[in-house]
Design a protein around this ligand. Sequence first.
Ligand code: GRF
Length: 208
Amino acid sequence: MLRIVVCVSGGGTNLQAIIDGVAQGAIVNTQIVKVISNNRGAYALTRAGSAGIESVCVSPKEYADREAFNQAFLEEIDRAQPDLIVLAGFLVKIPEELIRSYPYRIINIHPSLIPSFCGTGYYGLKVHEAALARGVKVTGATVHFVDEGMDTGPIIMQKAVAVREGDTPEVLQKRVMEEAEWVILPWCINLIAGGKVKVENGRVYISE
Ligand code: GRF
């Protein structure tokens, strides 16, 4: 059984896609053992509660400094004894100690086709605003392993989404979520649960 911890900050639609995937059998042999948020008001926490999943809020605002927050965050993760940590819209920088402790066991969903529109400052609607400003005809989403950089880890899966005439950032964000994020994140978790994902020399190989 793959034990996963999901880290969230907002609405939790990607968390919901994972919850639904497990419930409907699209994600096999997996249990969400804990949901962690940095935001006490995150609707994702409500989604976790409705699904009967333990959740906890660890907010940097409630700690004297970043080091104290990192320590509390690490303790919450370790206590859950996860096999995989999933960042699903988690807007907090991951402590390097966590990345060292869980090499190639932390994945992230980013709402663009990395390496476009990613890195520092590219999150949420800002990603889609940049894509529209650049005039790209295709965007999408990426699932990647988390390394010490920002959106720089080995790419596991990507899915393209058409940009349409007249798209607003909000309309595009919703299409990318529906057509890409909510599809590839559960799919990647299922592949990892099946032992079908490996990394060699910084490249990801998937065995079907
Ligand atoms: C998603 O667009 C995801 O790609 C990005 O943050 C957003 C989180 O949305 N990392 P939700 O909380 O899963 O609804």
